[in-house]
Design a protein around this ligand. Structure first.
Ligand code: C2E
Ligand code: CA
Ligand code: CA
Ligand code: CA
Length: 279
């Protein structure tokens, strides 16, 4: 039994070791990917619930590594945050997305908005506001057509400073969305204290609304809360037509999910917007 215990321990250690090794190898590869421009951006449409027209697209970063294959952002974004690479990564995504959506609107004669994820770590960068302003200027992109998606974790640290930066961004005309709404720890009181323009209902609530009465009620109350604050309501993770119908009936403004479109390259997006019937 003593031996077995030792074996277990050794097994556990070697597993920990393997994970730590993968993380540090990934971190190095990510740093190289950034400097070699091996990252790219995909776009997922958000459609108006009423007309099923593309109103906005969310930029989602992608990484296809020679060594590791396609690595999920769920895995490499946290790594980028820990190692400080997130600022550079975030700038790359913003610049690329502004240029791509500009091109999309020019080619399709549309005025589709852009939504970009900003990590908590990026908001702690004291130059974040000027970086965003410069990126918009450089791309000649209207601030009114940009939404920044933040999760509630951003509000845990340095609330007052971040609140004032969000107000500056809002005053420039940029929309602020709370991403994964309902999954965070913060108090709802920030809805009154921050210039929020949009709530994104987390896909964990959307997943089983057609079977689960509780989740349906939960979404109805999130929508009521959002309407009380006059914010835009976006449902993410819409995978079936019955979910789409329910969310439309409940009064959601925009719908996003595999039922309508998966994240795609800018070329595919231009085709999708140009020729699509999206209902
Ligand atoms: P998120 O911001 O909540 O993005 C939505 C995620 O849900 C995306 O995963 C998207 O592909 C996926 N999704 C969309 N529709 C559906 C659906 O109908 N069903 C299911 N099951 N999933 C759906 P993705 O692209 O793997 O991104 C994961 C997370 O990584 C994002 O979650 C976001 O937190 C982070 N992320 C992605 N790109 C960026 C970025 O450029 N910057 C930052 N800071 N974070 C990013
Ligand atoms: Ca998001
Ligand atoms: Ca989300
Ligand atoms: Ca999420």
């Amino acid at each position: 039994a003593k031996d077995r215990g030792r074996d277990c321990h050794a097994y556990y250690d070697s597993q920990l070791n393997e994970r730590a090794q993968r993380r540090s190898a990934l971190r190095e590869a990510l740093e190289r990917a950034l400097s070699e421009r091996a990252l790219y951006v995909h776009y997922q449409p958000q459609l108006s619930a009423k007309a099923s027209e593309v109103e906005c697209v969310e930029a989602l970063v992608r990484w296809e590594s020679d060594k590791f294959g396609a690595v999920s952002p769920e895995e490499f974004i946290p790594l980028a945050e820990e190692s400080g690479l997130i600022n550079e990564l975030g700038e790359f995504v913003l610049n690329q997305a502004l240029a791509d959506v500009q091109e999309l609107n020019r080619r399709c004669e549309t005025d589709i908005r852009l939504s970009v994820n900003i990590s908590a770590q990026q908001m702690l960068d004291s130059k974040i506001v000027s970086k965003i302003r410069e990126a918009l200027d450089a791309a000649n992109f209207s601030p009114e057509a940009l939404t920044l998606e933040l999760t509630e974790t951003v509000l845990i640290q340095e609330f007052d400073r971040i609140a004032s930066e969000l107000r500056t961004l809002r005053d420039m005309g940029i929309d602020i969305a709370i991403d994964d709404f309902g999954t965070g720890y913060s108090s709802l009181s920030y809805l009154n204290r921050l210039p929020i323009s949009e709530l994104k209902i987390d896909r964990s609530f959307v997943r089983d609304i057609d079977q689960n009465k509780y989740n349906r009620k939960l979404i109805a109350s999130i929508i009521a809360l959002g309407k009380g604050h006059e914010v835009r309501l976006v449902a993410e993770g819409v995978e079936t037509s019955s979910q789409a119908i329910l969310l439309r009936e409940l009064g959601c403004h925009l719908l996003q999910g595999f039922h309508f479109a998966r994240p795609m390259s800018i070329d595919k997006l231009i085709d999708f917007v140009g020729y699509g019937d999206h209902s």
